[in-house]
Design a protein around this ligand. Structure first.
Ligand SMILES: NC(=O)c1ccc[n+]([C@@H]2O[C@H](COP(=O)([O-])OP(=O)(O)OC[C@H]3O[C@@H](n4cnc5c(N)ncnc54)[C@H](OP(=O)(O)O)[C@@H]3O)[C@@H](O)[C@H]2O)c1
Length: 294
């Protein structure tokens, strides 16, 4: 398949690009810098220079495409507007193409609310973090478009042993500082390793029915206190207590989006397992943290 990836040099996108190349797909990736172009080439992809904020400057240069995966994103306040114009341009570009390309776009766990002990599925009503509320109508637009075969993947909190949503814990632990967590130790995060998530995107490319959504959660929920304590143990401070910061404090430091860290959630990846045969391999984040090199 000829796959066009937006965001193929990001945290999730890099893992996806590797999986797509390994599975024999041809990959074109949008890149906005020479550094990203080099990174994509080193994985085996073909860069197309361009910015998601200016689709008119690159969209006609796209080679023939069978599928699109959208993982390009930044935390600027106008991201919703930029993404809306990007979707306008993309859906115009692919209108009339036959067969229709598959278009996988990305939502996220922070579009779902906090449900106490209930485990949310794809059928749960959205209750997005205000900073990401624009994603809900955009996802719906892709799902209902007649120009593409739309699919939405909602990743849980994405990690590697010391990267992604664990990178702040790892940095605090390596610096010998108290590990900071937002809200309380009891806040639960649904989790997925980025390599497992990349496999889910690849499976969805092959077989997700148009109009379908999947939650990419390998682990329904893990208390952040357990993650913080695993880092403290690994870096020689087994008795260290995590430092609790409030959602207001973290929002003041990083931006309103960071309130998501305090969301207590349980999410199910059962639909992806049942319908796509997704088999996440990483199910023991605490074990992976314990095995980190010093
Ligand atoms: N990470 C998580 O835990 C998580 C959880 C749920 C949902 N998600 C969603 O997953 C998506 C990707 O997340 P991520 O963690 O992989 O993000 P990331 O590491 O920040 O990667 C973002 C990607 O978008 C590209 N990009 C950003 N602005 C661009 C622009 N103006 N023009 C062209 N490319 C641009 C970046 O390119 P450069 O290489 O040039 O920077 C990079 O490849 C986001 O939609 C995010 O909301 C993530």
């Amino acid at each position: 398949m000829n796959v066009f990836v937006l965001g193929g040099t990001g945290f999730i996108g890099t893992a996806l690009a590797r999986v797509l190349i390994k599975r024999g797909h041809r990959l074109t990736g949008l890149v906005r810098s020479e550094a990203s172009a080099k990174k994509l080439r080193s994985i085996g992809g073909q860069p197309l220079v361009g910015d998601i904020a200016r689709p008119a400057s690159w969209i006609e240069q796209l080679p023939p495409i069978d599928a699109i995966v959208h993982l390009a994103f930044d935390l600027d306040a106008d991201m919703g507007t930029v993404d809306g114009r990007l979707l306008d341009a993309m859906l115009r570009r692919f209108a009339g193409q036959r067969p229709r390309p598959r278009f996988i776009t990305t939502g996220g766990c922070w579009l779902f609310g906090t449900g106490g002990n209930e485990v949310a599925t794809e059928a749960a009503p959205f209750s997005p973090l205000p900073a990401f509320a624009w994603m809900v109508p955009h996802a719906w637009r892709i799902l209902s478009s007649r120009a593409v075969k739309g699919v939405v993947i909602h990743p849980a909190m994405v990690y590697t042993a010391d990267g992604g949503v664990f990178s702040r814990f790892a940095a605090d632990a390596r610096a010998g500082a108290a590990i900071r967590i937002v809200g309380s130790e009891a806040v639960r995060w649904p989790l997925v390793h980025r390599d497992d998530l990349a496999e889910l995107y690849a499976l969805a490319l092959d077989m997700a029915p148009p109009g379908s959504s999947y939650i990419g959660a390998a682990i329904e929920a893990l208390e952040v206190g357990r993650i913080a304590r695993a880092f403290a143990r690994r870096f020689g401070r087994p008795n260290q207590t995590p430092q609790i910061v409030s959602a207001d404090q973290i929002a003041g430091e990083l931006g309103e989006w960071a309130r998501g860290y305090a969301r207590d959630q349980r999410l199910s990846g059962a639909k992806a397992r049942a319908e796509l045969g997704w088999r996440p391999a990483h199910l023991d984040p605490e074990g992976e943290i314990a095995a980190l090199p010093a």
